[in-house]
Design a binder for this molecule. Structure first.
Ligand code: FPP
Length: 252
C-alpha cells in the first residue's frame, strides 16, 4: 500500500531533485576554451549547488556526473572527467562529511578501475551515518543498463527458487535497482536547453516534474536553482489520479 504525505501546496518543496548537468562543452566553446575547461567550470557549479541545496534543506540531490555512454568521448576528455571526479571525492570528502552529507553512488561498478571503486566505497562508508542531505552521484550510469541489471538479478532469484514470477511487481522490481532505498525524483532539472532525459533515471522518472533551463551548466546559479524549485511549487501533481484538494506527495 503506497503512503502519501498530504501537505499544503504553499509549503510544498521537492524532496528529491535530480540534475542533468549539460552544456559544459558549449560553455567552453563559446569562450574559445577546450572542452575540459568547461568541465572544470562545471565542477565549480556542482560544488555551489551542493552547498546551496544543503542550505535550502533539500533531502535528496542526484547528479548525473558520467553516463555509460560518456566513455565514447575522446580519451583526453574522459581522463579529465575521471580526474575531476577523483578530485571532488578526495578534496571535498572531509567537508561533505563535516556538513553531515551522506554520499551514495549509483551506476555500474563492474569494469571501473580499483582506485575509483575504492574512492566510492570510502565516501559511502565515511558518510553512511550522516543524516543531512543525501547526495547521489550517478557515475557510469544509464537508466537502461540499470534496468537490465535489475532484470538479471531478479532472473537469478527466480531461477534459484527464492522468488516466484508471480512475486514480481513494481515494488520488487524497484528493490533490485541501484536506487532501491531512494525516493523517486520529484523534480528533474536539465540545463543547456536540451529537452530529453538521455537515459537518466528512466524507471524513477515516471512521475517526475521536468524543468529545462536554457543556461549551460557552468552558469547554473543558486538563483536558477531557486527559480526551478519555485516553478515546481506551482505544479499540480496527480500521479495518474484525479486532482486532489491538496497536493499529495509519495513518501518512501
Ligand atoms: C555535460 O556537458 C556534462 C557532463 C558529460 C559531465 C558533467 C560533469 C561535470 C559537471 C564536471 C564534474 C565531473 C564529475 C565527473 C564529478 P557536455 O560535455 O555534454 O556539454 P555539451 O553538450 O555542451 O558538449
Amino acid at each position: 500500500m503506497k503512503k502519501y504525505l498530504v501537505q499544503d501546496s504553499a509549503a510544498m518543496l521537492p524532496y528529491h531533485i535530480a540534475i542533468i548537468m549539460d552544456g559544459n562543452g558549449r560553455w567552453a566553446r563559446a569562450r574559445d576554451l577546450p572542452r575540459t575547461a568547461g568541465h572544470k567550470a562545471g565542477m565549480e557549479a556542482l560544488r555551489t549547488i551542493v552547498w546551496h541545496a544543503r542550505v535550502r534543506g533539500l533531502r535528496w540531490l542526484t547528479l548525473y556526473a558520467f553516463s555509460s555512454e560518456n566513455w565514447s568521448r575522446p580519451a583526453e576528455e574522459v581522463e579529465r572527467l575521471l580526474s575531476l571526479l577523483k578530485l571532488f571525492i578526495c578534496c571535498d570528502l572531509v567537508e561533505l562529511h563535516k556538513k553531515n552529507i551522506k554520499i551514495h553512488v549509483i551506476g555500474e561498478r563492474r569494469n571501473l578501475t580499483k582506485d575509483i571503486i575504492a574512492l566510492f566505497c570510502e565516501a559511502e562508508t565515511l558518510t553512511s551515518k550522516n543524516t543531512g542531505l543525501n547526495l547521489v552521484v550517478a557515475f557510469n550510469y544509464s537508466g537502461r543498463n540499470e534496468i537490465v541489471r535489475a532484470v538479471k538479478s531478479i532472473a537469478i532469484e527466480v531461477e534459484a527458487g527464492r522468488i516466484k514470477d508471480s512475486d514480481i511487481d513494481d515494488r520488487l522490481f524497484a528493490s533490485h535497482m541501484d536506487t532501491a532505498l531512494m525516493p523517486d525524483p520529484d523534480l528533474i532539472i536539465r540545463t543547456s536547453g536540451e529537452m530529453r532525459l538521455s537515459n537518466f533515471l528512466l524507471w524513477q522518472a515516471a512521475y517526475s516534474e521536468l524543468s529545462f533551463v536554457p543556461c549551460f551548466w557552468p552558469d547554473f546559479s543558486v538563483v536558477d536553482f531557486d527559480t526551478a524549485v519555485a516553478g515546481f511549487c506551482q505544479r499540480k501533481r496527480r500521479f495518474g489520479a484525479l486532482e486532489q484538494p491538496q497536493d499529495v506527495r509519495k513518501v518512501v
